[in-house]
Design a protein around this ligand. Structure first.
Ligand SMILES: Nc1ncnc2c1ncn2[C@@H]1O[C@H](COP(=O)(O)OP(=O)(O)O)[C@@H](O)[C@H]1O
Ligand SMILES: Nc1ccn([C@@H]2O[C@H](COP(=O)(O)O)[C@@H](O)[C@H]2O)c(=O)n1
Ligand SMILES: [Mg+2]
Length: 511
């Protein structure tokens, strides 16, 4: 590629671009469109959903009760899978000892999904109160459950259906020895449920044990946390409660995507954001405060790199056990805005190699022209991908049964210099052999739409950002945003015009 062409493209990339793929003709395709009303998807807070599975009488309910007790200042609701047992027919009731209550088909999973969907959308639901004595789910009045900050789903087979599993932000498996479970079950079923010990043992050997081996135990692999000894394991429960508290204090998107990291907000950080977002801020101040913020994001991103232990001798002759920095690193900036982050990276990582990527729409046929200059051995390096704004999303889709990098298009109008190019850049890095888990994407501001696309498409990559904005406006620009980052940073915006508009808006507001 000739240098003139590259220069032309860099020049062109400072304006608003229609990249890759046009909306025309797309309406009929079944492709999710981004929300155009700013923040629509963000206004409603998503609950933190915890799944608790394990064998019958393993201590699931006990663990849930302890979590709820410790989260006393949060709105927490427990939804038990038992509530969704099918009602038995007269025939089944007559031969209840032959009914398998431990099989996945014993539950009305559609109804459970429906209830959770309602709770997630802020609607109260009526959950049946199952009666283990009469085997009926309508023996008692239903329980009214209100939307909450935390929803705990508990049950022997709560991890069985992938649709239920996918709703969960955290999955816990209570792992208790089979003999302990059986002993507890005998006591519970004879004392609390008025059953005969012979029937309890028959049910156990005929249904409970085989179902545990066939359906419950195989779901243990989905657990994020396995708690041995159930409610006796106070350390595990404390850690879980701490984790939930952290997640509740975080941006909603961090609860959904474990690969998204928003740096802890402080008044200093808010102050810097206030300055760079202010349309009246001078170029000099914009660059100064952007640089400060970028430095923080870079330092935070570096904290996600692997390390090795290292011991040194201090001047007092003592041993200090510390860590050695990860050596095989490289930065990659997405031209042009990403270049504003290079200095901060160089200041933190002496002599770091920095590659560049430019992605440009060529013509109207959706072709992408990609300029890249990357280190030869990039596949062996951890990559810090630099782009200050993650704006719109993009979609991976199939064309003629081929899912290829060349077919990754943006499906709507976007500003080329903002984050949408991230998906193409990441795909290019992966195509060059960089493992997805070796990529850390650093930016200052992310729009939820961009986060959804990047985090879903690349779940092993990490995004480190300093603030998540409300959304995108009808022009697919991040709002509240900060305008054209590249233009403001490199001084190619029409300052006078911008400031005149802002002053006019301010004076209108104060009238
Ligand atoms: N750590 C424990 N020590 C003693 N008994 C326990 C313990 N955990 C639970 N139990 C008892 O065992 C029975 C089953 O516990 P539960 O929490 O209801 O299990 P699950 O919900 O998994 O069926 C209950 O009677 C409960 O009181
Ligand atoms: N009518 C019923 C319904 C269910 N069971 C047993 O309950 C167990 C699940 O409940 P946990 O609280 O122990 O998780 C399951 O093993 C069923 O066999 C029942 O006995 N009668
Ligand atoms: Mg229970």
């Amino acid at each position: 590629m000739g240098s003139n062409l590259v220069e032309d493209m860099i020049e062109a990339s400072s304006g608003v671009h229609f990249s890759g793929f046009h909306m025309d003709g797309l309406e009929s395709k079944n492709i999710e469109k981004p929300t155009t009303s700013p923040g629509a998807e963000n206004v409603h807070k998503q609950p933190f959903i915890i799944g608790v599975a394990g064998g019958a009488a393993s201590g699931k309910t006990t663990v849930c009760d302890m979590i709820i007790q410790q989260l006393h200042d949060q709105r927490v609701v427990l939804v038990n899978q038992d509530s969704f047992y099918h009602n038995l027919t007269e025939e089944e009731l007559a031969r209840v000892h032959e009914y398998n209550f431990d099989h996945p088909d014993a539950f009305d999973t559609e109804k459970l999904l429906d209830s959770i969907e309602n709770l997630r959308h802020d609607r109260a639901v009526d959950i049946p109160n199952y009666d283990f004595k009469s085997y009926k789910s309508n023996a008692f009045p239903a329980r009214r459950v209100n939307p909450s900050d935390v929803i705990i789903l508990e049950g022997i087979l709560i991890f069985h259906d992938p649709r239920v599993r996918e709703l969960m932000n955290m999955k816990i498996f209570v792992d208790t020895d089979a003999d302990v479970r059986l002993a507890r079950r005998i006591r519970r079923d004879t004392v609390d449920r008025g059953r005969d010990i012979g029937a309890v043992l028959d049910q156990y050997s005929k249904f409970v044990k085989p179902a545990f081996d066939d359906f419950i135990l195989p779901t243990k692999k989905y657990a994020d946390i396995i708690i041995p000894r159930g409610g006796d394991n106070h350390v595990a429960i404390d850690l879980i409660v701490q984790h939930i508290r952290t997640k509740l204090g975080q941006n909603d998107l961090c609860k959904i995507y474990p690969n998204l990291y928003v740096i802890q907000s402080t008044f200093q950080i808010r102050g810097m954001h206030t300055l760079i977002r202010d349309s009246l801020t001078t170029k000099h101040d914009f660059v100064f405060y952007s640089d400060r913020l970028i430095r923080l994001v870079v330092e935070h991103g570096l904290g996600h790199l692997p390390f090795t232990e290292k011991q040194v001798i201090t001047p007092t002759g003592s041993v200090y056990t510390g860590v050695d920095f990860c050596k095989r690193l490289c930065g990659v900036s997405v031209i042009r805005s990403g270049e504003s982050m290079e200095n901060a990276l160089r200041a933190c990582c002496k002599g770091i190699k920095i590659g560049k990527i430019l992605i440009h729409r060529e013509g109207d046929n959706g072709q992408q022209l990609i300029y890249e200059k990357l280190p030869q051995d990039i596949s062996e390096r951890h990559v810090l991908l630099l782009d200050p704004i993650l704006g719109t999303g993009a979609f991976l889709f199939m064309v003629d049964n081929h899912l290829l990098f060349a077919f990754i298009f943006k499906y709507h109008v976007t500003n080329f210099s903002t984050g949408n190019s991230a998906v193409q850049a990441i795909s290019l890095l992966i195509k060059k052999g960089v493992p997805e888990s070796n990529i850390i994407f650093l930016n200052l501001i992310s729009a939820p739409q961009g986060v959804h696309v990047v985090c879903k498409s690349f779940p092993r990559l990490k995004i480190v950002t300093s603030e998540i904005d409300i959304g995108l406006n009808e022009d697919f620009r991040v709002v509240p945003g900060m305008g054209e980052f590249g233009d403001r940073y490199f001084g190619t915006d029409d300052d006078d015009n911008l400031q005149a508009v802002a002053s006019m808006q301010l004076s209108n507001q104060s009238r």
